[in-house]
Write a protein that binds this ligand. Structure first.
Ligand code: DX5
Ligand code: ZN
Length: 217
């Protein structure tokens, strides 16, 4: 089953609760929440108080993407405010395995994100213990960027590795996904797609429905 994970980075924050409900009603099963610290990425976005306040608005899977240097410092906080999946960047952790262990201890699903240029080999020993891998299709930090085409090959390679090893780890792809390239992303082997701008520009419900149709859902 394929899932859509709208990214609230492109939301109208003055109406966030309402927009989150609209996404859920339109059929988006995940809610992608981008947390940026101004150090790992050049931008700053939202943190715990925002997640805590929208948690009662939605029963969606809260997919928290930490673009944060040394996220081990905040795992407990994000688990407490309602994250269902926590994604950490391989590039941002001095002790990746220890950070994943900390997520697991909180009973939260584990996920590692890789920047476009980061090789899949960093996941070699971690894959059996991971619930999800996020392949970045843009350099993280901003919504509305262009999808980097070589990431399609990376998705195919990861799908091949997972199949060969008999693992059912989710593959989420994040960045630059629109109605016109979502088909290729799924065809390459992703099963969860993040979309910010393409969902929030114009009519949200209509956009979600178009995405789900395009995704065969
Ligand atoms: C980029 C973020 C993405 C982004 C996706 O740093 O991690 O989740 O908001 O937005 P679009 O779909 O607009 O690229
Ligand atoms: Zn993201």
């Amino acid at each position: 089953m394929n899932c859509l994970a709208p990214s609230i980075l492109s939301a109208d924050f003055s109406r966030l609760g309402q927009q989150v409900k609209e996404l859920e009603e339109a059929g988006a099963e995940y809610l992608h929440i981008d947390v940026m610290d101004g150090t790992f990425v050049p931008n700053i976005s939202v943190g715990m108080p925002v997640i805590r306040s929208i948690r009662p608005c939605s029963g969606q899977v809260f997919d928290v993407h930490l673009m944060v240097e040394e996220p081990i410092r905040y795992i407990q906080d994000f688990a407490d405010c309602g994250a269902d999946v926590i994604t950490i960047h391989a590039e941002a952790c001095r002790h990746l395995d220890r950070t994943l262990e900390k997520i697991r201890e909180q009973g939260v699903r584990t996920s590692v994100a890789l920047n476009p240029a980061t090789d899949l080999s960093v996941l070699e020993y971690l894959l059996p213990g991971l619930d999800m891998v996020v392949l970045m299709a843009v350099n993280p930090g901003f919504g509305g960027q262009q999808f980097i085409p070589y990431v399609l090959e990376k998705i195919r390679n990861l799908r091949r590795i997972l199949d060969r090893r008999g693992l059912n780890t989710d593959i989420e792809v994040d960045g630059g996904i629109t109605l016109s390239n979502v088909g290729k992303v799924l065809e390459a082997g992703a099963n969860i797609v993040v979309s910010g701008n393409a969902v929030f520009q114009g009519d949200i419900s209509e956009n979600v429905r178009k995405f789900l149709k395009q995704m065969g859902e």
